[in-house]
Design a protein around this ligand. Structure first.
Ligand SMILES: NC(=O)c1ccc[n+]([C@@H]2O[C@H](COP(=O)([O-])OP(=O)(O)OC[C@H]3O[C@@H](n4cnc5c(N)ncnc54)[C@H](O)[C@@H]3O)[C@@H](O)[C@H]2O)c1
Length: 325
């Protein structure tokens, strides 16, 4: 039986660079746009009596120029009370990567870091196709974990001159600004940028239409569950709306509230990031307001997990176990 690599969070984070993650995630969107991947809908296991939920995210990607075919599943939770009650993180992900030809489990790895960087990379890939050619300014609304990886991923592709940082917690905005050479601003000022990344966990909109100008690209990253919303519904009207996946976006993405109220339908959706990345649809065409609604795809996780596994084999990292022994 082939051995399975066990990779901890520190193993995983030291094996790949953000530039490699961004390239792998872009390739995953291209494969998605070409219809080459398999990605059944996320499965939710809701356990309010235990203070949280689990999600299973399976996917398959065929071989690419530099990577073998792989299948895998991410098992991830959301237990908001964990830090206070148990001293544990609210979100802990585990990834199981398999060889589709033999079904052998190739690796079991921490997927918490992987989830963060693949999300940052998706925002950067969206900006590559949807932002103005040379974006000069990036505004962050919400300056937590996702904001940092979004910035790191954007810096792989762009060299913005100005970073504006807004957060309801002034200490969070100040720490993010200080760590990254940015400036603390109001949410309104953060929205007056070439690229705006929203990554707040709220259910009430924080961005108003009047604060966004034409030509801006918004990465709406925070809404990833039913009822969550960061942009006023007015913001969606007339904007070029790009989604990652129709089912996920309408069920739990930025669009879900407007969708459930019947204020938005298919006619207003421009297409998926995969269709744009694969060249089937144009990205930015005009001086328009563009919005990418990110919910997080299982293929983003798989693309990064197979990259990590390949790097671990090259560098002899991790602990090998025979699960069948
Ligand atoms: N789209 C995806 O694929 C994806 C992936 C991972 C996480 N997420 C979502 O992204 C969101 C942020 O995650 P995170 O890990 O960065 O959380 P975090 O707690 O590290 O950071 C969130 C930040 O938002 C700030 N904030 C809260 N309300 C705000 C408001 N009204 N205005 C401005 N700032 C506000 C908080 O003070 C905090 O600093 C969560 O909703 C999470 O579920 C989405």
């Amino acid at each position: 039986m082939p051995e399975t690599l066990i990779l901890s969070r520190s193993d995983v984070a030291s094996l790949v660079t953000m530039a490699e993650v961004v390239a792998a995630v872009e390739a995953a969107f291209v494969a998605h746009g070409r219809g080459q991947v398999q990605m059944p809908p996320k499965v939710y296991l809701s356990l309010p009596e235990h203070g949280g939920d689990f999600r299973a995210m399976p996917a398959y990607m065929p071989a690419s120029r530099d990577q073998p075919a792989r299948a895998g599943v991410k098992w991830v939770n959301s237990h908001p009370g964990n830090p206070a009650r148990h001293g544990l993180p609210a979100v802990m992900g585990t990834y199981v990567l398999s060889d589709p030809a033999t079904a052998a489990p190739l690796a079991v790895m921490d997927a918490t870091w992987l989830t963060a960087v693949r999300t940052g990379a998706a925002g950067a890939v969206a900006s590559k196709f949807l932002a103005v050619g040379t974006p000069r300014s990036i505004g962050f609304v919400g300056c937590g974990v996702q904001a940092q990886v979004l910035l790191d991923a954007h810096r792989v592709l762009f060299a913005p001159r100005e970073l504006r940082c807004a957060d309801v917690r002034p200490d969070a905005a100040a720490a993010f600004a200080a760590a990254n050479g940015g400036r603390v601003t109001s949410t309104e000022e953060a929205c007056a940028c070439d690229i705006v990344c929203t990554s707040t966990p709220g259910v009430a909109p924080v961005v108003r239409r009047a604060w966004l100008r034409r030509g801006t690209h918004v990465n709406a990253m925070g809404a990833d569950a039913p009822g969550k919303q960061e942009l006023d519904v007015d913001v969606l009207d007339g904007a070029k709306l790009v989604i990652d996946d129709h089912e996920q976006a309408t069920h739990s993405g930025e669009l879900n509230v407007a969708w459930s109220q019947g204020r938005l339908g298919d006619a207003q959706l421009y297409g998926t990031l995969g269709e744009i990345a694969a060249g089937f649809k144009d990205g930015r065409e005009l001086d328009e307001l563009t919005i990418f609604d990110s919910t997080g795809l299982a293929i983003q996780d798989l693309a990064v997990a197979r990259l990590i596994h390949a790097a671990a084999l090259r560098r002899d990292a991790g602990t090998r176990v025979d699960l069948q022994a």
